[in-house]
Ligand binder design. Sequence first.
Ligand SMILES: NC(=O)c1ccc[n+]([C@@H]2O[C@H](COP(=O)([O-])OP(=O)(O)OC[C@H]3O[C@@H](n4cnc5c(N)ncnc54)[C@H](OP(=O)(O)O)[C@@H]3O)[C@@H](O)[C@H]2O)c1
Length: 252
Amino acid sequence: MNRLENRLALVTGASAGIGAATARALASEGARVILAARRLDRLQALSKELPGSRVVQLDVQDAAGTLAAIQAVLEEGEFIDLAVLSAGLARGFEPIQEGDPEEWSEVIDTNIKGVLHGLKAVLSGMIARRTGDVVFLGSVAGRWVYPGGALYCASKYAVRALYEGARQDAFGSGVRFTSVDPGMVETDFSSIRFRGDEQRAKAVYAGVDPLTPDDVADAILYAVTRAPNVNIGEIVMWASAQASVTACKRET
Ligand SMILES: NC(=O)c1ccc[n+]([C@@H]2O[C@H](COP(=O)([O-])OP(=O)(O)OC[C@H]3O[C@@H](n4cnc5c(N)ncnc54)[C@H](OP(=O)(O)O)[C@@H]3O)[C@@H](O)[C@H]2O)c1
């Protein structure tokens, strides 16, 4: 049985990693998926795999552009009743005193303001129709801080606050909110964090069996396919070899 038949899902960050895997998982259960990110070629390639999907090119840092692009992709009378806000990134691993203010702005504008812009695009409609699911991509970095991660962690602490705040603001509306908070997942995340230094990115996952994007997508699918009276609030998931944000058992 297709458990997400008749659902229209927005996935931000669908051009790669966790967002792309989630789009596949939602589509496999019958959802019609709107794939959103900046890299149009990647979105179009994924869309070819997923029947009923469509693409929208947007930069979540841009409030007006995000709202307009999402509005424009909807047909008359349609509304998004499932949103997975996965667009996000980290930059650098420097101590905060050596950080680059331009990169701070990029991380804050993407991870915090970008989530707000995604929420703004979908939440009023869900509340008005008294139904919907919003899934936030938090992180264990939104619960525990590690050296060199201050700004990224701060952004994910903020995502956690937005998840909790949205739950309270929409209290009684029938909309469900979930924060999925993974540890180490092997994606392009580290390559982007280390500005394309592939060797350094690979070293993050060396000797461990990290989470995969499909593992995270599976947790998201679990949350959004529960009975209507059940709201899975928070899912913290680790690679089995990871005990904390600073402890990882590596096979050499
Ligand atoms: N990988 C991990 O270890 C890990 C762990 C915990 C949480 N997370 C979180 O999971 C989420 C997804 O990360 P990932 O690991 O899947 O990384 P990824 O493979 O690098 O994917 C990041 C996605 O975000 C999109 N994105 C980035 N900036 C954007 C912008 N300004 N506007 C629109 N889309 C934007 C990218 O698309 P475009 O570049 O095409 O725009 C891409 O689709 C992030 O929020 C991340 O913080 C990751």
